[in-house]
Every structure is written in C-alpha cells, then in structure tokens.
Design a protein around this ligand. Structure first.
Ligand SMILES: CC(C)(COP(=O)(O)OP(=O)(O)OC[C@H]1O[C@@H](n2cnc3c(N)ncnc32)[C@H](O)[C@@H]1OP(=O)(O)O)[C@@H](O)C(=O)NCCC(=O)NCCS
Length: 199
C-alpha cells in the first residue's frame, strides 16, 4: 500500500516504505536504468534496507515513492538530497524504474510535485540536479518543467563508450512559483478561507 501525500493527474508522491524495496532492488540492478545514474555496484535487499534507514534518519534527504495513481503501483523514486537549510537549496534525483512508462509525462509531473514540496513546504530557494549529457529524455523532461542549464562538468562520467560530460541544471523558487499553481498553497488558502467563514 502507498500513502499518497501529493497528487498530480497521473502520479503522486507517496511515503517511502520498506515494502517498496523489493522493487528498488530490481530497478537499481537493471543496466538500462543504471546507465543514466551514478551506480556501479550490485545492490542487495540489505543494501536497500541500509539506504532506506539512512535516508529515513537523515535531515538532509527527503525521498518519496512515485505512484501511478490509476493502478496505485509504485513506479519509481524521487528525492531531494544534500538539503542545505542555510543556503536554502537541494539536489534533485529521480528515476522511474518501470521502463515502459518512460516518455509519457510521468517524470514531468513527479518533478513538479517534488519542486512544489521543495519551494512551498521546505521553503527552499533553488533546486539543482546533475544529468549525463546523453540522457536526452531526462534533459527534455527537466527543460519542460523549467530547469535551465547552469554549466557542464567535462568528462565527469566514464561510460563504456568513453567519458561524458555531466550537465548541471537549476531552477529558482520564483521561476517555479510564477509558472505553476501550488498544491500546498491551495490547501493553505482553503484552510484560511474555511477558518474565516467559521462563526
Ligand atoms: C528521466 C525520467 C525520470 C524522465 O521521466 P519521463 O516520464 O520519461 O519524462 P517525460 O515523459 O515527462 O519527459 C520526457 C521528454 O523527453 C522526450 N524524449 C523521450 N525520449 C527522448 C529521446 N530519446 N531524446 C530526446 N527526447 C526524448 C519525450 O518526448 C518527453 O518530451 P515531450 O513531453 O515534450 O514529448 C525517466 O525517463 C527515467 O527515470 N529515466 C531513467 C533514469 C534517469 O534517467 N533518471 C534521471 C537521472 S538524471
């Protein structure tokens, strides 16, 4: 079961739980997924449990399961990492493990929900990410949402065909909030309205 905490049209963000980890083991050992990530080792269920406990206790990570709302199945994971409450920024990471769902707008929605949480719940100012230069699907997903290229680190990723650049992308809170309606602000407005109407 997944406890959904933020809803888009097709996907929601859900509380990450141990019961999702079996799926994660499948995904993080799939070379067609990991080619886009910074993962070189083989992961066991124990590794995933360790990661889960570390993330659960950490004040610098907020990680959610991505749930397809219609089927209620967990299809991937998204999170904010290296959160700095002083500088008000964090690094975004995402993958959709169910490959047949790539390229259908699920990533775009999940990233928007995560950014809404980052800017309107955690009060962050800027979110950045790193993406390998050949990951065209991810780059167009991030551009669609509003991320801009901030720079490029040359030869940062060594792939089977040689070195690749890693592109840095960023988005500011005002760029996000001027473009999208916030799920959390809507709830706030509703709560304020109902308390104003109360006798
Ligand atoms: C990256 C990821 C989260 C994006 O989610 P998604 O649901 O596939 O992305 P979206 O469908 O919202 O957007 C992808 C866009 O890229 C386009 N696209 C798909 N394949 C493409 C390709 N080979 N080249 C260029 N663009 C491509 C899609 O058409 C879509 O754009 P459109 O909506 O304008 O048509 C998902 O693909 C994924 O998990 N990939 C594997 C792991 C990964 O790369 N993680 C990110 C590491 S930085």
């Amino acid at each position: 079961m997944a406890v959904v905490v933020a809803r888009g049209k097709k996907v929601g963000l859900a509380v990450l739980s141990r019961e999702h980890l079996d799926k994660f083991v499948k995904w993080v050992n799939d070379p067609e997924v990991t080619v886009y990530l910074n993962i070189q080792k083989v992961f066991t269920l124990e590794d995933e449990l360790e990661w889960y406990e570390q993330v659960r206790k950490s004040g610098r990570d907020r990680v959610f399961a991505i749930v397809e709302l219609e089927s209620k199945r967990v299809i991937g994971v998204i999170g904010l990492h290296r959160i700095s409450y002083y500088n008000r920024n964090a690094e975004l990471g995402i993958f959709i493990g169910e490959k047949e769902l790539w390229g259908q707008g699920y990533g775009e929605e999940a990233v928007k929900l995560m950014l809404d949480y980052a800017f309107n719940v955690l009060n962050l100012h800027m979110v950045y990410l790193r993406v390998k230069d050949f990951n065209r699907r991810a780059i167009s997903c991030y551009r669609k949402v509003g991320f801009r290229e901030a720079g490029r680190i040359r030869d940062m990723a060594l792939q089977p065909d040689g070195y690749h650049d890693v592109i840095l992308m960023d988005i500011l809170e005002e760029e996000f909030n001027s473009r999208y309606e916030s799920f959390y602000k809507r709830i706030q407005e509703k709560a304020a309205q109902s308390s104003a109407e109360a006798p």
